[in-house]
Design a protein around this ligand. Structure first.
Ligand code: S3P
Length: 432
């Protein structure tokens, strides 16, 4: 049963904002820091539902993590072979990244572990990770022959593999790279599209022999222990996307987003906005650790429909729900294809986005691997539901800033899986 709701009326967003820190980078800093040799200093980590889940899991593996007064984390890494057998089931709650990366990390240990998750996560496919891990020698047991949580892992010696990823997925790629840290010989992974590369950047930074040639990534078990990290986590582009969207389509808006990660494998939505005719300016591009960051300024403008497909999809996979909202205000047709992966996210995001945006009056058609939005349409407030999916909840809130009358969004608290304080932030920038 939905437990909470948000009511919105139309109005612009104006002001300067620092978005929450990057979720993908925070998960990785915890997991990789746990197997580094010595303390890693993680400044400005994201404290959201999903990343706090990884924090708890790392502690269950015997790793001390101190939280300092300024909100930083010190992860007391115990080296590649310093994790402890967990005494309890490792609960990944709603977090797919936690579950999949942890599978890769634990497959090659010398101990037993069990990964569990929420009802939402228990529906999501894990075979994409367990199948290649088994080819490396992993022993994984679970429902549907190890394709669904809960899963039991009996740590085993691993062998490197040569593997063509069937889907462009950073979670699967990262799981195999983590297993590759423990495997004998070389692990070679070919990816069909440019999935986010935070794992490669961070592991290289820690001294891991990892190389890339085109779409082929090669990793070897390092002879030396991993160097601990010192990093400041940049703002999450995927969280910034909701305010970029609002800034682009709600008349009278002007938003400046500070310190946003602009890793090229993450900013497909920014490219799409530009192709649609959005007025977005990148200020002060710079490097932070091994990641590029910038400040982003956006104001509304006349938009036109675009077609998004192929390699573009993976670089904006989490932003497609809010792209659908933007497309309702663009002149002409916006077509999203090759995005079947949306069906195995926190919800079937093709079905849920189409269902909920139609309630607001959007002209949106469902395709097996995407959707088509016909614009522009005048959205009308209605009662909608997030289905417990954080990205859908926030995309609907952006629509609520535009829709005539009142928009009631049920089950809004899930926004905190990735964006704690989203509603408060929205109201701070919201002008009547
Ligand atoms: C993530 C990868 C993506 C993305 C998710 C975070 C990551 O999932 O949707 O929100 O941190 O590696 P897939 O790799 O399954 O596409």
């Amino acid at each position: 049963m939905p437990t909470d709701s948000l009511t919105l009326t139309p109005g612009p967003v104006q002001g300067t904002l620092t978005v929450p820190s990057d979720k993908s980078i925070t998960h990785r800093a915890l997991l990789f820091g746990a197997v580094a040799h010595g303390p890693s200093h993680v400044h400005n980590p994201l404290r959201s539902g999903d990343t706090l889940t990884t924090l708890r899991l790392v502690r269950d593996l015997g790793i001390r993590v101190d939280e300092t007064e300024d909100g930083s984390w010190i992860v007391h890494g115990q080296g590649l072979h310093g994790l402890r057998e967990p005494e309890t089931v490792l609960d990944c709650r709603n977090s797919g990244t936690t579950a999949r990366l942890t599978m890769g990390l634990l497959a090659g240990q010398t101990f037993f572990s069990v990964l569990a998750g929420s009802p939402q996560l228990r529906k999501r496919p894990m075979g994409r990770v367990s199948e290649p891990l088994r080819r490396m020698g992993a022993r994984i047991y679970g429902r549907d022959q190890g394709r669904l949580l809960p899963l039991a892992l009996v740590g085993s010696p691993l062998q490197g593999i040569d593997y063509d990823l069937p889907v462009a997925s950073a979670q699967v790629k990262s799981a195999l790279l983590l297993a590759g840290l423990y495997a004998q010989g070389t692990t070679r992974i070919r990816e069909p599209g440019p999935a986010r590369d935070h794992t490669e950047r961070m592991l290289r930074h820690m001294g891991v022999p990892l190389t890339r040639e085109g779409n082929l990534i090669t990793i070897q078990s390092p002879e030396q222990e991993l160097t601990p990290l010192t990093l400041t986590v940049p703002g999450d582009f995927s969280s910034a996307a909701f305010f970029l969207a609002a800034g682009a389509i709600v008349p009278g808006s002007r938003v400046l987003l500070q310190n946003v990660g602009v890793n090229p494998t993450r900013i497909g939505f920014l490219q799409a906005l530009k192709a649609m005719g959005a007025q977005v300016i990148l200020h002060n591009p710079r490097e932070s650790g091994s990641e590029p960051v910038a400040d982003l300024e956006i104001t509304p403008s006349a938009l036109r429909g675009v077609t998004i497909r192929g390699d573009q999809i993976v670089t904006m996979i989490d932003e497609l729900p809010v792209l659908a909202v933007v497309a309702t205000q663009a002149q002409g047709k916006t077509v999203v294809r090759d995005a079947g992966e949306l069906r195995v996210k926190e919800t079937d995001r093709i079905a849920t986005v189409v269902t909920e945006l139609r309630k607001l009056g959007a002209a949106i058609e469902e395709l097996p691997d995407g959707f088509i939005v016909h614009g522009p349409t005048r959205l009308k407030g209605a009662a909608v539901w997030s289905h417990g999916d954080h990205r859908l909840a926030m995309a609907l809130a952006v629509a609520g800033l535009l829709a005539e009358g009142e928009t009631h969004i049920q089950d809004m608290a899930c926004a905190a899986d990735s964006f704690p304080g989203f509603v408060e932030t929205l109201f701070k920038l919201r002008k009547q």
